[in-house]
Design a protein around this ligand. Structure first.
Ligand code: ZN
Length: 266
């Protein structure tokens, strides 16, 4: 059963403002400057909300694990933009060595290119979640029909390849617009952002990436790393491979257990 779409107060207010502006213009055309100004301000607010990946004004959005998971000492590693044939197998080995589980937000197109690797992620105890079919920079500029096709295609590719239907969605670069949430509700997907990210597609300094992710580490944190599009260190190593051992050791020392987002719901 798809989950029911519930507009947030900001979306409800925006719909009401559009109705009031249209009605006002019909009854009193000379009030158009008021209507135009109000709608412009409303659109600026909606756009700003869509540009802030952790914002909840457009719909439900996970930036932390549920409280029960935090109390159990669980954290979530989320690994985006793969699968990558050069990086992902080494990430899987590092996770295995530390008994950690992660949620891989994969790109549908890359799953179709590397189906064996995608199945290997699942076979090793991790989950595949939806990070769109093509990972386009223009993702947030589209409307509901395009979202339905783009996200639905990735959902189908992942399910066909691995027999596992994603439960979470993350927008490319975290950028969204108000048309996304109704589509996610129809596809029964929960939007997930993060507690902290370290811009590890641009920053190849493993020390700085690690410092950023570990600063204030606590139960319930959702951390974002990349196996696809990973920045390279000075020695050419994808930065995630240099960061993960330190990160996983720090979790163990703090008594925190990396689990998948789905495991955190139990
Ligand atoms: Zn991404």
């Amino acid at each position: 059963m798809p989950r029911r779409y519930r507009p947030t107060p900001l979306i409800g207010l925006s719909v009401a403002l559009h109705g009031a502006a249209a009605g006002g213009l019909l009854l009193h055309p000379d009030t158009w400057p008021w209507a135009a100004g109000t709608l412009a301000a409303n659109h600026a607010l909606l756009t700003t909300a869509g540009l802030l990946p952790r914002c909840r004004l457009l719909g439900p959005n996970w930036t932390h694990l549920p409280t029960a998971a935090a109390l159990r000492g669980e954290i979530a590693l989320t690994i985006d933009d793969g699968p990558d044939p050069h990086v992902t197998p080494r990430v899987l080995d590092l996770l295995d060595r530390h008994g950690a589980r992660a949620s891989f937000f994969v790109i549908g197109r890359r799953v179709a290119q590397h189906p064996v690797l995608a199945r290997e992620i699942v076979a090793r105890g991790h989950t595949l979640e939806n990070h769109s079919a093509q990972h386009l920079k223009s993702f947030s500029l589209h409307g509901p029909r395009w979202f339905e096709r783009e996200i639905g295609t990735a959902q189908q590719t992942i399910a066909d390849c691995c027999g596992d239907v994603p439960r979470f969605f993350r927008a490319p670069a975290g950028l969204r617009n108000p048309f996304l949430e109704p589509v996610l509700a129809r596809l029964d997907l929960q939007l997930a952002a993060w507690t902290r990210r370290a811009y590890d597609t641009r920053n190849g300094d493993a020390g700085k990436v690690g410092d950023r992710l570990l600063g204030g580490l606590a139960g319930g944190d959702i951390l974002l790393l990349h196996d696809g599009n990973a920045a390279r260190s000075r020695h050419g190593t994808p930065v995630i491979l240099d960061v993960l051992p330190r990160l996983l050791a720090a979790c163990a020392a703090a008594g925190l257990r990396p689990v998948t987002l789905r495991a955190a719901i139990r």
